[in-house]
Design a protein around this ligand. Sequence first.
Ligand code: FES
Ligand code: FES
Length: 160
Amino acid sequence: MSKILTLTLNGRDRADAVADNVLLLDYLREVAGLTGTKTCCDGGECGACTVLVDDVPVLSCLCLANAFDGRRVETVEALAQNGRLAPIQRGFHEKLGAQCGFCTPGLIMASEGLLRNTPRPTEDDIRAALGSNICRCTGYVKIIEAVQWAAQIMAEADPG
Ligand code: FES
Ligand code: FES
């Protein structure tokens, strides 16, 4: 069976006929053509497939696409605006938070979800938010520094 999935994807409304057994991850990569979201463990253990749904990080390899009808889904492709990287993307660049980069889109989206909901995170907040994301290269210190850098930049832009 398939149904018409209607959702807001990276700020644009769209509708696609999607079979009931299609994962959100496969919908994003193969139907929407958004390959920034990575397939890795395919079993909910690595975080490489993390996207935001209504600002909350979700492991897209564990969810059926049709469960997100009417929702607002964002992938890493949504973050840069007018050719300018988002603060969290710049943080990973400035602090050398990426090496091979395969885990990076998932880490960036998990971090973005944290910063939207906790704009002034402590190091413990960051470690907790990224606890489901595995990186084989960096040792995590640079990743934490990247999130702290982004939080600082966002605080300076919006001291509120
Ligand atoms: S690919 Fe989804 S958690 Fe690893
Ligand atoms: S940068 Fe290589 S797995 Fe994280």
